[in-house]
Write a new protein. Structure first.
Length: 148
């Protein structure tokens, strides 16, 4: 295999198989701002009156305080939409941990392009250890029988 990030092989049907070692993330849309985060946080102490809050010079300090002290729920009132091209094993982790709502291309409604992820040559790692305690090992050292 060559060291290019993308390799293309022509098939008999003139379709192309794409081998990639990269991912793509693009911000499509966002909703919310610091004022929304501050209003959501102030509900804890001010109740319904927090919804009428218009802001002040201390808002940046409150946002920093919330982030620094890991008070995450006020930030959940904002929303972002991303377009992501990533290997299927990355998506399985996103689904497993349910960090977002998602939609994906459906093979029921369209023919998917044959595209596969291949780690780049500089990512010369293999998994070692047990499944309970996995670790990634530089396989160049294990092949040569020693390290530097």
């Amino acid at each position: 295999m060559t060291d290019r990030a993308e390799l293309r092989f022509a098939q008999a049907e003139k379709s192309v198989v794409v081998l990639r070692s990269d991912m793509r993330v693009e911000l499509i849309d966002s909703m919310g701002n610091d004022a929304l985060v501050v209003r959501a946080a102030r509900v804890s102490t001010s109740g319904r009156s927090a919804t009428n809050y218009v802001g002040c010079e201390h808002d940046a300090g409150l946002v920093n305080y919330l982030m620094r002290n890991r008070h995450g729920s006020p930030f959940e009132h904002t929303a972002f939409t991303f377009y992501v091209e990533a290997p299927i094993f990355v998506w399985r982790e996103i689904m497993r941990h349910r960090i977002a709502s998602y939609n994906e291309e459906s093979a029921r409604y369209r023919q998917l392009a044959p595209e596969f992820y291949v780690p780049p040559p500089e990512r010369d790692l293999v998994q070692s250890g047990s499944s309970a305690h996995p670790r990634l090992t530089d396989c160049t050292r294990s092949r040569s029988g020693g390290g530097t």
